[in-house]
Design a binder for this molecule. Structure first.
Ligand code: HEM
Length: 475
Protein backbone atom coordinates (compact mmCIF):
# COMPACT_ATOMS: atom_id res chain seq x y z
CA UNK A 1 0.00 0.00 0.00
CA UNK A 2 2.75 2.40 1.01
CA UNK A 3 4.42 1.71 -2.32
CA UNK A 4 1.20 2.54 -4.20
CA UNK A 5 0.80 5.86 -2.37
CA UNK A 6 4.44 6.62 -3.06
CA UNK A 7 4.04 5.79 -6.77
CA UNK A 8 0.96 7.98 -7.18
CA UNK A 9 2.90 10.85 -5.66
CA UNK A 10 5.72 10.29 -8.13
CA UNK A 11 3.21 10.22 -11.02
CA UNK A 12 1.53 13.41 -9.84
CA UNK A 13 4.85 15.22 -9.44
CA UNK A 14 5.98 14.08 -12.89
CA UNK A 15 2.75 15.36 -14.46
CA UNK A 16 3.03 18.69 -12.67
CA UNK A 17 6.64 19.12 -13.79
CA UNK A 18 5.78 18.23 -17.42
CA UNK A 19 2.93 20.79 -17.42
CA UNK A 20 5.21 23.32 -15.72
CA UNK A 21 7.98 22.73 -18.23
CA UNK A 22 5.53 23.06 -21.13
CA UNK A 23 4.10 26.30 -19.77
CA UNK A 24 7.44 27.84 -18.85
CA UNK A 25 8.89 29.42 -21.94
CA UNK A 26 12.05 27.62 -22.93
CA UNK A 27 14.84 30.23 -22.72
CA UNK A 28 16.49 28.59 -25.74
CA UNK A 29 13.39 28.62 -27.95
CA UNK A 30 14.44 31.75 -29.88
CA UNK A 31 18.00 30.55 -30.37
CA UNK A 32 19.35 28.96 -33.52
CA UNK A 33 20.81 25.92 -31.76
CA UNK A 34 22.98 23.37 -33.62
CA UNK A 35 21.11 20.23 -34.74
CA UNK A 36 20.92 17.27 -32.40
CA UNK A 37 18.70 14.41 -31.26
CA UNK A 38 15.48 15.33 -29.48
CA UNK A 39 15.68 14.82 -25.76
CA UNK A 40 13.19 13.87 -23.07
CA UNK A 41 12.10 16.29 -20.36
CA UNK A 42 14.54 16.46 -17.46
CA UNK A 43 16.96 13.72 -18.60
CA UNK A 44 17.51 15.18 -22.08
CA UNK A 45 19.54 12.70 -24.16
CA UNK A 46 20.95 10.82 -21.18
CA UNK A 47 18.88 7.73 -21.96
CA UNK A 48 20.71 7.40 -25.27
CA UNK A 49 24.20 7.62 -23.80
CA UNK A 50 25.59 4.32 -24.86
CA UNK A 51 29.11 2.97 -24.44
CA UNK A 52 32.25 5.00 -24.85
CA UNK A 53 31.45 8.74 -25.20
CA UNK A 54 33.74 9.60 -28.15
CA UNK A 55 32.38 6.67 -30.17
CA UNK A 56 28.80 7.52 -29.25
CA UNK A 57 29.32 11.18 -30.21
CA UNK A 58 30.93 10.03 -33.47
CA UNK A 59 27.93 7.87 -34.39
CA UNK A 60 25.44 10.62 -33.58
CA UNK A 61 27.48 13.24 -35.46
CA UNK A 62 27.28 11.10 -38.59
CA UNK A 63 23.54 11.86 -38.49
CA UNK A 64 23.40 15.39 -37.05
CA UNK A 65 26.64 16.91 -38.32
CA UNK A 66 29.98 18.06 -36.94
CA UNK A 67 28.43 20.77 -34.74
CA UNK A 68 25.86 18.97 -32.62
CA UNK A 69 23.84 19.97 -29.59
CA UNK A 70 22.79 17.57 -26.82
CA UNK A 71 21.40 17.82 -23.37
CA UNK A 72 22.71 15.45 -20.73
CA UNK A 73 20.26 15.96 -17.88
CA UNK A 74 20.20 19.72 -17.40
CA UNK A 75 23.68 20.19 -18.93
CA UNK A 76 23.80 21.58 -22.48
CA UNK A 77 26.58 19.90 -24.47
CA UNK A 78 28.12 21.01 -27.76
CA UNK A 79 29.95 18.25 -29.63
CA UNK A 80 32.53 19.37 -32.19
CA UNK A 81 33.75 16.85 -34.79
CA UNK A 82 35.27 18.83 -37.67
CA UNK A 83 38.60 20.60 -37.95
CA UNK A 84 36.91 23.83 -39.14
CA UNK A 85 34.64 24.01 -36.12
CA UNK A 86 37.54 23.00 -33.83
CA UNK A 87 39.57 25.89 -35.25
CA UNK A 88 36.78 28.32 -34.51
CA UNK A 89 36.45 27.05 -30.93
CA UNK A 90 40.16 26.82 -30.14
CA UNK A 91 41.48 29.79 -32.10
CA UNK A 92 38.89 32.46 -32.88
CA UNK A 93 36.77 31.82 -29.76
CA UNK A 94 39.47 30.45 -27.46
CA UNK A 95 38.85 33.04 -24.75
CA UNK A 96 35.13 32.32 -24.74
CA UNK A 97 35.56 28.54 -24.60
CA UNK A 98 38.52 27.97 -22.31
CA UNK A 99 36.74 27.08 -19.10
CA UNK A 100 36.01 23.60 -17.78
CA UNK A 101 32.81 22.11 -16.39
CA UNK A 102 32.79 21.46 -12.66
CA UNK A 103 32.02 17.77 -12.18
CA UNK A 104 31.74 15.98 -8.85
CA UNK A 105 34.51 13.46 -9.60
CA UNK A 106 37.00 16.02 -10.91
CA UNK A 107 36.18 18.33 -7.99
CA UNK A 108 37.18 15.65 -5.49
CA UNK A 109 40.45 14.85 -7.26
CA UNK A 110 41.39 18.52 -7.65
CA UNK A 111 40.69 19.69 -4.09
CA UNK A 112 37.60 21.50 -5.30
CA UNK A 113 39.11 22.74 -8.59
CA UNK A 114 42.19 24.22 -6.94
CA UNK A 115 44.38 22.89 -9.74
CA UNK A 116 45.24 23.56 -13.39
CA UNK A 117 43.53 20.80 -15.38
CA UNK A 118 40.01 20.79 -13.95
CA UNK A 119 39.78 24.41 -12.77
CA UNK A 120 37.44 26.77 -14.59
CA UNK A 121 39.06 29.82 -16.20
CA UNK A 122 40.03 31.83 -13.12
CA UNK A 123 42.92 33.90 -11.74
CA UNK A 124 44.08 30.99 -9.63
CA UNK A 125 44.19 28.73 -12.76
CA UNK A 126 46.36 31.38 -14.48
CA UNK A 127 48.67 31.68 -11.47
CA UNK A 128 49.13 27.91 -11.04
CA UNK A 129 49.77 27.35 -14.74
CA UNK A 130 52.37 30.15 -14.67
CA UNK A 131 54.22 28.57 -11.72
CA UNK A 132 54.12 25.10 -13.36
CA UNK A 133 55.63 26.50 -16.57
CA UNK A 134 58.19 28.73 -14.84
CA UNK A 135 59.41 26.04 -12.47
CA UNK A 136 59.01 22.84 -14.44
CA UNK A 137 57.43 22.84 -17.87
CA UNK A 138 59.87 25.07 -19.76
CA UNK A 139 62.57 24.31 -22.35
CA UNK A 140 65.49 25.04 -20.01
CA UNK A 141 64.19 22.73 -17.31
CA UNK A 142 63.42 20.09 -19.92
CA UNK A 143 67.10 20.13 -20.86
CA UNK A 144 68.28 20.02 -17.21
CA UNK A 145 66.25 16.90 -16.53
CA UNK A 146 67.43 15.04 -19.62
CA UNK A 147 69.88 12.80 -17.74
CA UNK A 148 67.17 11.54 -15.40
CA UNK A 149 64.99 10.57 -18.36
CA UNK A 150 67.88 8.78 -20.05
CA UNK A 151 68.86 6.98 -16.84
CA UNK A 152 65.29 5.76 -16.28
CA UNK A 153 65.21 4.56 -19.88
CA UNK A 154 68.40 2.53 -19.28
CA UNK A 155 66.72 0.81 -16.34
CA UNK A 156 63.86 -0.21 -18.62
CA UNK A 157 66.22 -1.58 -21.28
CA UNK A 158 67.97 -3.64 -18.58
CA UNK A 159 64.66 -4.87 -17.20
CA UNK A 160 63.51 -6.03 -20.64
CA UNK A 161 66.95 -7.56 -21.42
CA UNK A 162 66.83 -9.56 -18.20
CA UNK A 163 63.46 -10.95 -19.13
CA UNK A 164 64.18 -11.69 -22.83
CA UNK A 165 63.11 -13.98 -24.43
CA UNK A 166 60.35 -14.38 -21.88
CA UNK A 167 57.24 -12.30 -22.64
CA UNK A 168 56.85 -8.93 -20.87
CA UNK A 169 53.81 -6.82 -20.05
CA UNK A 170 54.65 -3.73 -22.08
CA UNK A 171 51.68 -1.82 -20.67
CA UNK A 172 53.06 -2.22 -17.15
CA UNK A 173 56.62 -1.45 -18.24
CA UNK A 174 55.53 1.77 -20.00
CA UNK A 175 53.49 2.79 -17.01
CA UNK A 176 56.43 2.25 -14.63
CA UNK A 177 58.74 4.16 -16.97
CA UNK A 178 56.42 7.18 -17.05
CA UNK A 179 55.82 6.96 -13.28
CA UNK A 180 59.53 6.81 -12.47
CA UNK A 181 60.39 9.72 -14.76
CA UNK A 182 57.55 11.96 -13.62
CA UNK A 183 57.94 11.20 -9.92
CA UNK A 184 61.65 11.99 -10.09
CA UNK A 185 61.52 15.04 -12.34
CA UNK A 186 58.30 16.66 -11.15
CA UNK A 187 58.02 15.58 -7.54
CA UNK A 188 61.60 14.80 -6.52
CA UNK A 189 60.64 11.23 -5.55
CA UNK A 190 62.89 8.38 -6.58
CA UNK A 191 60.62 5.34 -6.43
CA UNK A 192 63.55 2.95 -6.42
CA UNK A 193 64.87 4.28 -3.12
CA UNK A 194 61.67 5.62 -1.60
CA UNK A 195 60.75 3.66 1.53
CA UNK A 196 57.17 4.85 1.79
CA UNK A 197 55.96 4.97 -1.81
CA UNK A 198 57.55 2.34 -4.05
CA UNK A 199 56.85 1.64 -7.71
CA UNK A 200 54.10 -0.93 -7.00
CA UNK A 201 52.19 1.42 -4.72
CA UNK A 202 52.49 4.35 -7.13
CA UNK A 203 51.31 2.34 -10.12
CA UNK A 204 48.28 1.20 -8.13
CA UNK A 205 47.56 4.78 -7.07
CA UNK A 206 47.59 6.11 -10.65
CA UNK A 207 45.61 3.15 -12.03
CA UNK A 208 42.89 3.47 -9.40
CA UNK A 209 43.22 7.20 -8.76
CA UNK A 210 40.69 8.23 -11.38
CA UNK A 211 38.03 6.13 -9.65
CA UNK A 212 38.34 8.59 -6.77
CA UNK A 213 36.99 6.36 -4.03
CA UNK A 214 37.35 7.77 -0.56
CA UNK A 215 40.11 5.26 0.22
CA UNK A 216 42.08 6.15 -2.92
CA UNK A 217 41.64 9.83 -2.30
CA UNK A 218 43.07 9.43 1.20
CA UNK A 219 46.08 7.56 -0.18
CA UNK A 220 46.65 10.17 -2.89
CA UNK A 221 46.43 12.92 -0.29
CA UNK A 222 48.99 11.09 1.85
CA UNK A 223 51.31 10.93 -1.16
CA UNK A 224 51.08 14.66 -1.94
CA UNK A 225 51.64 15.44 1.75
CA UNK A 226 54.66 13.15 1.71
CA UNK A 227 56.07 15.05 -1.31
CA UNK A 228 55.53 18.39 0.44
CA UNK A 229 56.99 17.21 3.79
CA UNK A 230 59.97 15.73 2.02
CA UNK A 231 60.58 18.99 0.30
CA UNK A 232 60.32 21.01 3.51
CA UNK A 233 62.72 18.58 5.24
CA UNK A 234 65.30 18.95 2.50
CA UNK A 235 65.21 22.73 2.98
CA UNK A 236 66.44 22.25 6.58
CA UNK A 237 68.89 19.46 5.83
CA UNK A 238 71.64 19.10 3.21
CA UNK A 239 70.65 20.56 -0.15
CA UNK A 240 69.30 17.93 -2.50
CA UNK A 241 71.45 17.30 -5.53
CA UNK A 242 68.40 16.52 -7.59
CA UNK A 243 67.56 19.58 -9.71
CA UNK A 244 63.89 18.65 -9.67
CA UNK A 245 61.12 19.38 -7.18
CA UNK A 246 61.47 23.11 -7.84
CA UNK A 247 57.85 23.10 -8.75
CA UNK A 248 56.98 22.07 -5.18
CA UNK A 249 59.15 24.98 -3.98
CA UNK A 250 57.56 27.33 -6.51
CA UNK A 251 54.06 26.35 -5.44
CA UNK A 252 54.82 26.61 -1.71
CA UNK A 253 56.43 29.96 -2.35
CA UNK A 254 53.35 31.16 -4.18
CA UNK A 255 51.18 30.16 -1.23
CA UNK A 256 53.56 31.75 1.30
CA UNK A 257 54.69 34.94 -0.34
CA UNK A 258 51.88 36.01 -2.65
CA UNK A 259 49.27 34.73 -0.29
CA UNK A 260 47.61 33.26 -3.43
CA UNK A 261 45.88 30.04 -2.54
CA UNK A 262 46.61 27.48 0.14
CA UNK A 263 48.01 23.98 0.52
CA UNK A 264 45.09 22.59 -1.49
CA UNK A 265 46.37 24.48 -4.54
CA UNK A 266 49.77 22.84 -4.10
CA UNK A 267 48.21 19.38 -3.80
CA UNK A 268 45.80 19.99 -6.69
CA UNK A 269 48.68 20.89 -8.97
CA UNK A 270 50.74 17.89 -7.83
CA UNK A 271 47.71 15.79 -8.76
CA UNK A 272 47.74 17.27 -12.30
CA UNK A 273 51.36 16.30 -12.85
CA UNK A 274 50.98 12.92 -11.19
CA UNK A 275 47.64 11.59 -12.44
CA UNK A 276 47.54 13.60 -15.68
CA UNK A 277 51.12 13.01 -16.71
CA UNK A 278 51.84 9.36 -16.05
CA UNK A 279 49.04 7.52 -17.78
CA UNK A 280 48.89 9.71 -20.91
CA UNK A 281 52.57 9.12 -21.69
CA UNK A 282 52.29 5.36 -21.08
CA UNK A 283 49.11 5.16 -23.15
CA UNK A 284 50.83 6.53 -26.27
CA UNK A 285 53.86 4.21 -26.01
CA UNK A 286 51.54 1.21 -25.75
CA UNK A 287 49.31 2.23 -28.69
CA UNK A 288 52.37 2.89 -30.86
CA UNK A 289 53.87 -0.53 -30.07
CA UNK A 290 50.50 -2.24 -30.63
CA UNK A 291 50.14 -0.57 -34.05
CA UNK A 292 53.73 -1.49 -34.98
CA UNK A 293 53.03 -5.13 -34.10
CA UNK A 294 49.90 -5.08 -36.25
CA UNK A 295 51.82 -3.51 -39.12
CA UNK A 296 55.08 -5.46 -39.62
CA UNK A 297 55.94 -3.38 -42.70
CA UNK A 298 55.98 -0.20 -40.61
CA UNK A 299 57.88 -1.90 -37.77
CA UNK A 300 60.56 -3.13 -40.19
CA UNK A 301 60.95 0.26 -41.84
CA UNK A 302 61.19 2.05 -38.46
CA UNK A 303 63.78 -0.39 -37.08
CA UNK A 304 65.85 -0.36 -40.26
CA UNK A 305 66.02 3.43 -40.23
CA UNK A 306 66.86 3.61 -36.52
CA UNK A 307 69.61 0.99 -36.74
CA UNK A 308 71.06 2.48 -39.93
CA UNK A 309 71.19 5.99 -38.43
CA UNK A 310 72.46 5.02 -34.97
CA UNK A 311 74.88 2.33 -36.12
CA UNK A 312 75.20 -1.07 -34.53
CA UNK A 313 77.46 -0.49 -31.53
CA UNK A 314 75.43 1.71 -29.27
CA UNK A 315 75.34 0.87 -25.56
CA UNK A 316 73.11 3.79 -24.81
CA UNK A 317 70.73 6.12 -26.59
CA UNK A 318 70.53 9.83 -25.82
CA UNK A 319 67.84 12.40 -26.47
CA UNK A 320 69.94 13.97 -29.21
CA UNK A 321 69.42 10.74 -31.16
CA UNK A 322 65.70 11.34 -31.23
CA UNK A 323 66.10 14.17 -33.75
CA UNK A 324 68.00 11.94 -36.17
CA UNK A 325 65.22 9.48 -36.88
CA UNK A 326 62.60 10.91 -39.22
CA UNK A 327 60.37 7.91 -39.78
CA UNK A 328 59.79 7.40 -36.03
CA UNK A 329 58.39 10.93 -35.89
CA UNK A 330 55.86 9.99 -38.56
CA UNK A 331 54.96 6.87 -36.55
CA UNK A 332 54.31 9.13 -33.54
CA UNK A 333 52.06 11.47 -35.53
CA UNK A 334 50.09 8.53 -36.89
CA UNK A 335 49.69 7.12 -33.37
CA UNK A 336 48.44 10.48 -32.07
CA UNK A 337 45.98 10.65 -34.99
CA UNK A 338 44.38 7.26 -34.35
CA UNK A 339 44.81 7.06 -30.58
CA UNK A 340 44.72 10.47 -28.90
CA UNK A 341 45.13 9.79 -25.15
CA UNK A 342 42.33 12.31 -24.46
CA UNK A 343 39.89 11.49 -27.30
CA UNK A 344 37.25 14.04 -26.37
CA UNK A 345 38.69 17.24 -24.90
CA UNK A 346 36.34 18.88 -22.38
CA UNK A 347 35.85 22.65 -22.36
CA UNK A 348 33.08 25.00 -21.26
CA UNK A 349 31.83 28.33 -22.55
CA UNK A 350 31.72 31.39 -20.29
CA UNK A 351 28.58 32.90 -18.83
CA UNK A 352 27.51 34.65 -22.04
CA UNK A 353 26.02 33.41 -25.28
CA UNK A 354 28.33 32.97 -28.27
CA UNK A 355 28.12 31.88 -31.89
CA UNK A 356 29.95 28.83 -33.27
CA UNK A 357 29.69 28.06 -37.00
CA UNK A 358 26.70 30.41 -37.15
CA UNK A 359 24.77 28.64 -34.37
CA UNK A 360 23.80 30.18 -31.04
CA UNK A 361 25.50 28.54 -28.08
CA UNK A 362 23.88 29.21 -24.70
CA UNK A 363 26.02 30.39 -21.74
CA UNK A 364 27.91 27.74 -19.74
CA UNK A 365 27.60 25.06 -22.39
CA UNK A 366 29.88 22.08 -21.98
CA UNK A 367 31.98 21.45 -25.09
CA UNK A 368 33.36 18.06 -26.15
CA UNK A 369 35.98 18.39 -28.87
CA UNK A 370 35.98 14.97 -30.44
CA UNK A 371 39.60 14.91 -31.65
CA UNK A 372 39.29 11.12 -31.99
CA UNK A 373 36.61 11.65 -34.66
CA UNK A 374 38.56 14.44 -36.39
CA UNK A 375 41.52 12.05 -36.63
CA UNK A 376 39.26 9.66 -38.57
CA UNK A 377 37.46 12.18 -40.76
CA UNK A 378 37.51 10.75 -44.31
CA UNK A 379 37.33 14.32 -45.67
CA UNK A 380 40.80 14.92 -44.21
CA UNK A 381 42.42 11.48 -44.14
CA UNK A 382 42.57 8.90 -46.90
CA UNK A 383 41.89 5.36 -45.58
CA UNK A 384 41.52 6.84 -42.10
CA UNK A 385 41.35 3.54 -40.21
CA UNK A 386 44.70 2.37 -41.58
CA UNK A 387 48.01 2.98 -39.84
CA UNK A 388 50.11 4.64 -42.55
CA UNK A 389 52.85 6.96 -41.19
CA UNK A 390 53.83 7.88 -44.78
CA UNK A 391 50.71 10.05 -45.01
CA UNK A 392 52.70 12.71 -43.12
CA UNK A 393 55.60 12.80 -45.62
CA UNK A 394 55.59 16.23 -47.26
CA UNK A 395 52.73 17.27 -45.01
CA UNK A 396 53.00 20.39 -42.86
CA UNK A 397 50.61 18.96 -40.27
CA UNK A 398 52.05 18.61 -36.77
CA UNK A 399 50.48 18.09 -33.34
CA UNK A 400 51.57 21.34 -31.73
CA UNK A 401 48.17 22.97 -31.67
CA UNK A 402 48.15 25.00 -34.91
CA UNK A 403 46.76 22.24 -37.11
CA UNK A 404 43.18 21.51 -36.19
CA UNK A 405 43.17 18.19 -38.02
CA UNK A 406 45.50 16.72 -35.37
CA UNK A 407 44.94 17.81 -31.78
CA UNK A 408 46.27 15.22 -29.33
CA UNK A 409 47.47 17.97 -26.97
CA UNK A 410 44.58 20.39 -27.55
CA UNK A 411 45.27 24.00 -28.50
CA UNK A 412 44.93 27.59 -27.36
CA UNK A 413 45.14 28.87 -23.79
CA UNK A 414 44.59 25.43 -22.28
CA UNK A 415 46.87 23.44 -24.55
CA UNK A 416 48.77 20.72 -22.69
CA UNK A 417 51.67 22.63 -21.08
CA UNK A 418 53.76 19.44 -20.99
CA UNK A 419 53.67 18.72 -24.73
CA UNK A 420 57.44 18.98 -25.40
CA UNK A 421 58.33 16.87 -22.38
CA UNK A 422 55.63 14.27 -23.02
CA UNK A 423 56.58 13.79 -26.68
CA UNK A 424 60.26 13.56 -25.66
CA UNK A 425 59.56 10.71 -23.24
CA UNK A 426 57.41 8.85 -25.76
CA UNK A 427 60.00 9.19 -28.53
CA UNK A 428 62.91 8.17 -26.31
CA UNK A 429 60.92 5.20 -25.03
CA UNK A 430 60.05 3.96 -28.51
CA UNK A 431 63.54 4.58 -29.83
CA UNK A 432 65.10 2.40 -27.12
CA UNK A 433 62.54 -0.35 -27.48
CA UNK A 434 62.98 -0.50 -31.25
CA UNK A 435 66.78 -0.23 -31.26
CA UNK A 436 67.69 -2.81 -28.62
CA UNK A 437 64.97 -5.40 -29.25
CA UNK A 438 63.06 -7.21 -31.93
CA UNK A 439 59.53 -7.98 -30.86
CA UNK A 440 57.36 -11.04 -31.34
CA UNK A 441 53.80 -11.88 -30.38
CA UNK A 442 53.22 -14.68 -27.85
CA UNK A 443 52.93 -18.14 -29.41
CA UNK A 444 50.13 -18.63 -31.86
CA UNK A 445 49.14 -14.97 -32.08
CA UNK A 446 49.18 -12.84 -35.21
CA UNK A 447 48.97 -9.05 -35.49
CA UNK A 448 45.23 -9.00 -36.15
CA UNK A 449 44.65 -10.85 -32.86
CA UNK A 450 45.82 -7.86 -30.84
CA UNK A 451 42.80 -6.50 -29.01
CA UNK A 452 42.60 -2.76 -29.76
CA UNK A 453 39.60 -2.03 -27.52
CA UNK A 454 39.98 1.14 -25.45
CA UNK A 455 38.69 2.02 -22.00
CA UNK A 456 38.89 4.97 -19.63
CA UNK A 457 37.19 8.07 -18.25
CA UNK A 458 39.03 11.15 -19.55
CA UNK A 459 42.16 9.49 -20.92
CA UNK A 460 41.62 6.24 -22.80
CA UNK A 461 44.09 3.35 -22.67
CA UNK A 462 44.38 0.02 -24.44
CA UNK A 463 42.08 -2.15 -22.33
CA UNK A 464 43.93 -5.47 -22.60
CA UNK A 465 47.60 -5.27 -21.54
CA UNK A 466 50.08 -5.51 -24.40
CA UNK A 467 52.08 -8.70 -23.87
CA UNK A 468 55.08 -9.05 -26.20
CA UNK A 469 58.16 -11.23 -26.46
CA UNK A 470 61.42 -9.24 -26.59
CA UNK A 471 64.34 -10.69 -28.53
CA UNK A 472 67.66 -8.97 -27.89
CA UNK A 473 69.00 -7.47 -31.08
CA UNK A 474 72.63 -8.61 -31.33
CA UNK A 475 75.04 -6.21 -32.84
C1 HEM B 1 51.47 12.09 -24.52
C2 HEM B 1 51.11 12.58 -23.36
C3 HEM B 1 50.06 13.64 -23.13
C4 HEM B 1 48.94 13.95 -23.87
C5 HEM B 1 48.47 13.28 -25.15
C6 HEM B 1 48.28 15.06 -23.20
C7 HEM B 1 47.11 15.66 -23.65
C8 HEM B 1 46.49 16.72 -23.02
C9 HEM B 1 45.29 17.36 -23.50
C10 HEM B 1 44.49 16.96 -24.74
C11 HEM B 1 44.97 18.37 -22.64
C12 HEM B 1 43.78 19.33 -22.74
C13 HEM B 1 44.17 20.49 -23.64
C14 HEM B 1 43.09 21.45 -23.98
O1 HEM B 1 42.11 21.63 -23.24
O2 HEM B 1 43.21 22.09 -25.06
C15 HEM B 1 46.00 18.38 -21.61
C16 HEM B 1 46.04 19.26 -20.56
C17 HEM B 1 46.98 19.21 -19.56
N1 HEM B 1 48.06 18.36 -19.48
FE1 HEM B 1 48.59 16.97 -20.82
N2 HEM B 1 48.99 15.39 -22.07
C18 HEM B 1 50.09 14.56 -22.00
C19 HEM B 1 51.06 14.57 -21.02
C20 HEM B 1 51.09 15.41 -19.95
C21 HEM B 1 52.11 15.41 -18.93
C22 HEM B 1 53.33 14.51 -18.91
C23 HEM B 1 51.76 16.37 -18.01
C24 HEM B 1 52.45 16.81 -16.75
C25 HEM B 1 53.60 16.46 -16.32
C26 HEM B 1 50.54 16.99 -18.48
C27 HEM B 1 49.89 18.03 -17.85
C28 HEM B 1 48.74 18.65 -18.32
C29 HEM B 1 48.08 19.74 -17.61
C30 HEM B 1 48.50 20.37 -16.29
C31 HEM B 1 46.96 20.09 -18.40
C32 HEM B 1 45.91 21.15 -18.09
C33 HEM B 1 46.16 22.43 -18.85
C34 HEM B 1 45.09 23.49 -18.58
O3 HEM B 1 43.93 23.15 -18.36
O4 HEM B 1 45.45 24.67 -18.58
N3 HEM B 1 50.16 16.39 -19.66
N4 HEM B 1 46.91 17.36 -21.87
Amino acid sequence: MAILIHMSWVLLLTLISIIFLKKKKNPNSNLRLPPGPRGLPIIGNLHRLNGIPHRWFHQLSAKYGPVMFLRLGFTPVLVISSSEAAEEVLKTKDLETCSRTKLMATGRLSYNFKDITFAPYTDSWRELRKVAVMEFLNPKKLQTLKLIREEEMDFVVKKISNSAPVAVDLSKISFCLAANILCRTALGQNLRTNKVFDEERIVKLVEEGSVASEKMFKELDEFYQHVIDDHLKSLDGPKSTDPSADIVAGLLNMVDKNGTGNLDHVKGTLMDLFLGGIDTVAIIIVWAMAELMRNPRVMKKAQEEIRAVLGSKREKITEEDVDKVEYLKLVMKETFRLHPAVPSIPRETMSHQIKIQGYDIPPNTRIQLNVWAIGRDPKIWKNPEEFIPERFIDSAINYKGQHYELLPFGSGRRICPAMPMASNIVELGLLNMLYFFDWKLPDGMVGEDIDMEDAGMISFYKKAPLILVPVKHHH
